[in-house]
Design a protein around this ligand. Sequence first.
Ligand code: NAD
Length: 708
Amino acid sequence: MTGTPHPQRTTPQEGTHMSTEYSTDGDVAVIRMAKPPVNGLGHALRVGIADGLDRAAADDSVRAVVITGSDGFFSAGADITEFGSDKATASPNLSELIGRIEDSPKPVVAAVDGTAFGGGLELSLGAHHRVASASSKIGLPEVKLGLIPGAGGTQRLPRLLDPAVVAEIVATGAPRTAAAVARIDGQQLFDEVVDDSADVVQAAVALARSVAGTASVRTRDRAPLAGGDLDAVADKVLRRARGQEAPAVGLDLVRTALTTGFDEGKAAESAAFAKLVTGGQSAALRYAFFAERAARKIPGIDAAVQPRVVERVGVVGAGTMGGGIAMNFLNAGIPVTILEMAQDALDRGLATIRRNYQAQVDKGKLSAEKLEQRMGLLTPSMQYSDLATADLVIEAVFEDMEVKKQVFTRLDEVAKPGAVLASNTSTLDVDAIAEFTDRPADVLGMHFFSPANVMALLEVVRGAKTADDVLVAALDLGKRVGKTPVVSGVCDGFIGNRMLHKYRDAAMALLRAGATPHQVDKAIEGFGFAMGPFRMQDLAGGDIGWAVRKRQYAENPDMPRDEIADELCEMGRYGQKTGAGWYDYESGSRTPKVSTVVHELLERFHHRHGTAKQEFTEEEIAQRLVFALTDEGARILDEGIALRASDIDLVYLAGYGFPRYRGGPMFYADRVGLPAVVEKLRGFHAGDEGWEPAPLLVRRAQEGASLT
Ligand code: NAD
């Protein structure tokens, strides 16, 4: 694309908005969206584009218009910070603006030069032609916020692209590259897809010039394309989107586009959008989106505090966790030295990492070349001195204070000054671990979840003496490797497992009161959890908890026994690994079958205790479990272990399969109303162990305040 002069950059238009730049390249006007960081289509940017269109319309020397973006973004869509404010709908709203582009008597070409998501993609659909650079990403991610595209996307896109593909784009929110779209049969979305090295604006200007003066066709006036099998898409997509409203609504709207005229379809889309945007699921999903951003800000730590630089990582222990932890960094191109005590353990650890990568290669998710690149970044070692160059060392050895002491004493000797020293402990006191070194300010917990290369949650455990730049370094690094880091104070179980404990207690209390494991699992899965507590325990193995209980009974003989769970384990029913647990499993199968053995065990228990068995509705079961989480969450918040209620919710969304469209245990309780939550908690547990709700919950309920 050499030889053609670049459009002359002019200063931003004068007036109230500075969001667009207007220039001309001969007889073609170029409107450049320039609203950092992502060209969010807030009011100012919409006005800027509209003014640009007016200016082009009024200028007789202009015969066609190009709209483009800047800095890798065509536009990431609506400005989410304007949601719910007057600005979101102030004229021109997005639909009006797109209508004006579409009705422009001078042809409009969108030059997609980077991300075009949501409203950004919809804006480009209003143009008469589109040109994109190959790696530009398009998508309609509204569904991730519980919404559907509200500015004609569900109606215009099926007129340019195979409706089955559109249905998938709308219902999953997953992006596509322009290059991938260009390969779809019959696609008319892009007139041209140029190499990333080419100048996409120049290509658009050339196309605009070539169509100037000819009648252009509005997207809305085109016939929908003949499509693939929408039912098959629905089957596949909706199963994964269980419980969510927006994906099914989006799919229906794509069907509507194929069977009715544009105006009717657009009206249906607007009505559906209005309903979803005021509904609970979208409120929860938007809350979750902001919760992720909020979690990175630590009150009392100045934004100017720079994280310690981490370019090399050491991992001590190549077991279940150490291997998975190492993979996170290798995936992000960060070299890792992994240390073990014995050659065979080291070999096993390395073989597991390679096998995990190989499985990704076999599924076509990773190239063989990348596998070797990643393994090439990994240095196995049995010498502590090899950790001397690491900027961060994460310990993942046995969960035993004596072993942790040995490791941290050695790390203190070899690690370079300023290196961050982290423990992956689940249950031990991070402050005590820090005191094994002469540099407790450099120590903190980085609590990964199993499988550590897959699970998004990372609890960053802030010790009493952890330095600010150490804490910030762990948060920063977590984000760099694609995790969801959440800060927790030091306490038994940190945020997530401490709450899980109460959740399990509530599940066991339900069994004692007459419910069955299957009833409990079904109710909470119906609520939207990926897996109920009993299926989960069968997967993880009941023997670990039993070993802990036996130790506790020995130390504390008066402690009440967990009769039901103990008897199950005494029968050797540890879960899937022994072919039987809370459920029966046929050999080689992971499908749980309701067990008569467990039924009889429960009956014996009820007989012994003369239980007056209660009947539970699914809602009651789900609320007992969820409010147990809320209750412990409120204590955690009150103690300052969590910095904010939304951090607690984030832990449950990212690490424990809580349905995102319900926002988390704290947000959910707020939606139900805290007075009702307090009343239910008291009622649920009246006959059991007498569980008085957390003081913070009671206080907030009395004050008419909320948790989030
Ligand atoms: P694991 O038994 O699978 O692995 C521990 C590894 O550490 C073994 O390979 C062992 O050889 C090695 N090791 C022991 N002492 C060592 C030493 N002095 N120097 C070097 N290597 C040594 O255990 P895991 O499940 O990976 O757990 C590791 C840590 O992570 C524990 O603190 C555990 O509480 C925590 N954790 C585990 C999980 C989980 O689900 N497994 C989740 C979160 C945190």
